[in-house]
Design a protein around this ligand. Structure first.
Ligand code: EPU
Length: 348
């Protein structure tokens, strides 16, 4: 285990803002994780676990403790009567796993193509897009339990998965360090086509598209919304969606649709939203005076998707926070809804 000191964190995140961490350890094995935890304890340092850095906002002052960068690799495939288990190291790049699953003709994660970040981050916020969520395919999560000081295996049912939520980012936040994740995929399975953008893409095509075709379509749709990291595309210097889609009660939902209607506005509606009374945060942002391409100093909103706050080049964390506050108060004033940020805030 090598301990580095005063390491800038901005280059380790997709938003590329924020100050340095006091200490950084890159853990390539479960033993490294254990040692790093002991080091942090011995020095009374706060521990922050870093994966792919794609969903983070690091404060300009940085992190005063230890950042543990998880670099545990390895993809093990095991076939069991039509079901394929992929046991994957938390440090594996998520999209590399999706590519391998699709190439191996295994269904279940193809709609989650092109999502930046690492495998270990996926259970934490129950990563989802285009009609799939990892909770549908995760069989279990192997983690270091810092409370009990031992390695545990948490079956899917104990992870508390809901929209963008699990025990890892709510009730048990900070307790578990994810080491490996086992996904249960279906050999030769048919691709998921639940999302309207995807259905539109394949409209008129006879027969079911292949997993590879769905992967390519998702990549294309993501790129058109600048939700794919493309070097040189300033719109992709973001943390993906900066706000969660609000989940409303039946009464709140009716009230909001009524108010939209009375302004002559049609709120977006599609099954994923309707089923849970979710409303589109992007739509609320746009209808509160923040168009795509809105700028505020060095921070801005992507020109292709209203939910992606971007670093226009020289932004500091404070610029992103100022823009976030401005948007939240605009949406609150216009619609009475408080938007909840999606990224993890580090060092604030
Ligand atoms: N919309 C707008 N303005 C925009 C973008 C979208 O009004 O700039 C409206 C449109 O009516 C559109 C609807 O919002 O039909 C939904 O848009 P989109 O399909 O882009 O999905 P989203 O709800 O904005 C969510 C996830 C994304 C994920 C997409 C696709 C959240 C917070 N975001 O966005 O996830 O890729 O669905 O499934 O749930 C992320 O979490 O970082 C992320 C990128």
């Amino acid at each position: 285990m090598t301990i580095q000191e005063n390491v800038p964190l901005a280059p380790l995140t997709t938003l590329q803002v924020g100050g340095p961490t006091r200490y950084l350890v890159e853990a390539r094995s479960e033993d490294d994780v254990r040692e790093a935890v002991e080091f942090a304890r011995a020095k009374a340092l706060q521990l922050f676990v870093l994966g792919g850095g794609s969903n983070l906002l690091v404060a300009d002052s940085g992190w005063p403790g230890l950042v543990l960068k998880i670099a545990i690799g390895g993809i093990r495939r095991e076939d069991q009567d039509g079901v394929v288990l992929f046991d994957v190291g938390a440090g594996v790049e998520w999209d590399g796993l999706v590519a391998q699953a699709v190439a191996g003709n295994c269904a279940g994660v193809e709609c989650l193509s092109g999502i930046p970040g690492s495998v270990g981050g996926t259970p934490i916020q129950n990563v989802g897009a285009y009609g799939q969520e990892v909770s549908e395919t995760i069989k279990s999560v192997r983690a270091f339990d810092t409370k009990a000081d031992r390695i545990v295996v948490l079956p899917e049912g104990t992870c508390g998965f809901r929209y963008r939520t699990s025990i890892f980012n709510t009730t048990e936040r900070g307790r578990y360090i994810i080491l490996r994740v086992t996904y249960r995929l279906v050999a030769g399975g048919i691709p998921g086509l639940k999302y309207s953008d995807l259905q539109k893409h394949f409209a008129g095509i006879i027969g079911s598209p292949s997993l590879a075709q769905v992967r390519a379509a998702v990549q294309q749709i993501r790129q058109s919304k600048s939700m794919l990291i493309v070097p040189g595309d300033p719109d992709s210097r973001s943390a993906g969606s900066f706000f969660k889609n609000p989940v409303l009660s039946e009464a709140e939902f009716r009230d909001l649709s009524g108010r939209a209607q009375s302004r002559g506005l049609k709120m977006p509606s599609y099954p994923a939203l309707d089923a849970q009374r979710k409303v589109s945060a992007a739509w609320l942002v746009e209808h509160s005076g923040f168009a795509k391409g809105f700028t505020m100093g060095a921070a801005g909103i992507s020109s292709k998707h209203a939910l992606a706050l971007i670093n226009r080049g020289s932004a500091r964390a404070a610029d992103i926070v100022r823009l976030k506050d401005e948007i939240q108060s605009g949406v609150e004033k216009t619609w009475g809804i408080s938007l909840e940020p999606e990224p993890v805030f580090v060092g604030f």
